[in-house]
Design a protein around this ligand. Structure first.
Ligand code: UD1
Ligand code: MG
Length: 499
């Protein structure tokens, strides 16, 4: 039988996962459950879910408790590719109890092995996950351990004379000498499903915290002659997030990883420590990201793009060779090949710049479609507008799209010329190759090739300045002189009095 790519990539035995995420995370001092806090573009709890998915686990059962509804909705949205199930743990009675809550789904999945992860451990690498699942496929229990600089509240790993792991003792239950052990439990396991089912049935809350400890399954395995394998890893990789300082440290670590991966793929960074790229964003080769650039959400950048300092892009698509100048803010917009944006431009959702279009400083666009080569260089608002190829938008052009109740569209043909300081009162159509005189307030359509001028007619009053000066000096000397005339036909009362 021909094997599909998906099948051939699968780990040798069928793997399911459980992610423990029912805790509140009191030390975050937050209204939001800990696993909801954002970390490089994903909620914290999405990181272990993705680690499980990349390790080949399906399904992943997430145990939720605190703010269960919100956690479920947020994690489902953040991990659309994961095969997720949710199990409710209404009362947090310990890690063993949390896995019990997921047991029905795990058993039903028919998986031979179960990966057990914590919702607040985001930095696991694929390499470590591979080592764990590989060890797990040949043992009853495989667990990650590390040498802790400060063993603190971690569970201590006990071994017998031959070096075999016999037990995990929680800090709260450990003797003084056991507390000195610095090989500790990371809380991440790969367990044979059949054994897990048996072991869960043996857990008892006869400990200092009165909880059902998942860690007790290690002692049960060792006692019943099962194979327990400890896989060493680095503290950094399994460090959990308990407070906001931990969260910031995890963000710095993951950011460094994301940026490093992009650099290895041919992307240049002016300063990788000051560039913020969300997880999963694709950036093409020979693109240069300058300091202070933020690439958020589902942004995609093609090759050879230059993004200057302090530009923020969210859900933006940027075509080959485009140039985003400093301090531009772009959200849910398409930037075509070779297009130029900024400095200080703001592109709001629904904006499309076709190839070689240019948006300059202090230009805001919203749902504006700029055809090939359109230029809007300075100080404009283009909202709900369609602009044909090659048109020039003068400085200070405003599309007046809102009448107080509804939004209306402005349509401009190709190769048109909109003079500076023009207000286009939508709905309105400006034809192709049409011209609009500077300073116009356009309320009616302008046909193709026509010039539309809609402004007060200019008058020049010859000699006005000299007459004004004379008048002012006569006020000082008390002499009577001629007041500067405006040659206005209807004289005002004041003027006739002065005369
Ligand atoms: C656990 C381990 C400890 C290990 C440490 C590593 C146990 C008994 N101890 O301790 O050996 O060194 O992790 O970080 O397992 N959770 C639930 N429901 C519960 C309790 C916890 O979902 O009833 C979740 C938490 O939200 C968290 C994870 O399980 O994501 C770990 O729980 P936590 O209370 O942090 O366990 P530790 O005491 O740190
Ligand atoms: Mg913990």
């Amino acid at each position: 039988m021909k094997r599909t790519r998906k099948q051939s990539k699968r780990t040798p035995t069928k793997l399911a996962a459980v992610v423990l995420a029912a805790g509140k995370g009191t030390r975050m001092r937050s209204q939001a459950a800990k696993v909801l806090h954002p970390l490089c573009g994903l909620p914290l709890g999405a990181w272990p879910i993705e680690a499980a998915r990349l390790a080949g686990a399906s399904p992943t059962v997430v145990v939720v408790g605190h703010q269960a509804g919100e956690v479920q909705a947020t994690l489902s949205a953040a991990c659309p590719e994961a095969d997720l199930r949710f199990a409710i743990q209404a009362e947090q009675k310990g890690t063993g109890h949390a896995v019990m809550c997921a047991w029905r789904d795990l058993e039903r999945s028919g998986a031979e092995h179960v990966l057990i992860l914590c919702g607040d451990v985001p930095s696991l690498t694929q390499a470590t996950m591979r080592r764990l699942t590989r060890a797990g496929s040949g043992a009853d229990v495989a667990l990650l351990t590390f040498g802790a600089s400060e063993p603190g509240s971690y569970g201590r790993i006990l071994r017998d004379e031959s070096g075999r792991v016999t037990e995990i003792v929680e800090a709260a239950d450990a003797s003084t000498s056991q507390k000195r052990i610095n090989e500790v439990n990371a809380g991440i396991y790969c367990v044979k499903t059949s054994f897990l089912g048996k072991a869960l049935g043996t857990l008892e809350a006869d400990n200092a915290q009165g909880e059902l400890y998942l860690t007790d399954l290690v002692a049960y395995a060792a006692k019943s002659g099962r194979e327990v394998v400890a896989i060493g890893t680095s503290e950094e990789e399994v460090e959990g997030v308990n407070d906001r300082a931990d969260l910031a440290r995890a963000a710095a670590r993951l950011r460094a990883r994301i940026n490093e991966q992009l650099m290895r793929g041919g992307v240049s960074f002016e300063d990788p420590f000051a560039t913020y790229v969300d997880a999963g964003i694709k950036v093409g080769r020979d693109t240069l990201l300058c300091a202070g650039v933020h690439l958020r959400g589902k942004t995609r950048i093609e090759p050879n793009v230059l993004i200057e300092p302090y530009s923020i892009l969210r859900d933006a698509r940027v075509g080959k060779g485009a140039h985003i100048k400093a301090h531009s803010v772009i959200e849910d917009a398409d930037i075509g090949r070779g297009a130029k944006v900024g400095p200080f431009a703001r592109l709001r959702p629904g904006t499309v710049l076709e190839r070689d279009a240019a948006i300059g400083n202090f230009v805001e666009a919203k749902k504006a479609h700029l055809g090939k080569g359109v230029k809007a260089g300075h100080l404009s608002y283009l909202g709900d507008a369609r602009i044909g190829a090659g048109t020039n938008i003068g400085a200070g052009t405003i599309t007046c799209n809102y009448d107080g109740k509804l939004k209306h569209e402005t349509r401009i043909g190709s190769s048109a010329f909109i003079g500076s300081n023009t207000a286009l009162v939508a709905p309105v159509n400006i034809g192709s190759k049409a011209y609009v005189g500077a300073g116009s307030t356009v309320t009616r359509d302008i046909p193709d090739g026509a010039l539309g001028v809609a402004r007060g007619r200019q008058r020049n009053l010859d000699g006005w300045a000299r007459r004004k000066e004379d008048n002012e000096s006569s006020r000082v000397t008390g002499e009577k002189t001629e007041k500067p005339k405006t040659r206005a036909r209807g004289k005002s009362k004041r003027r006739s009095r002065a005369n």
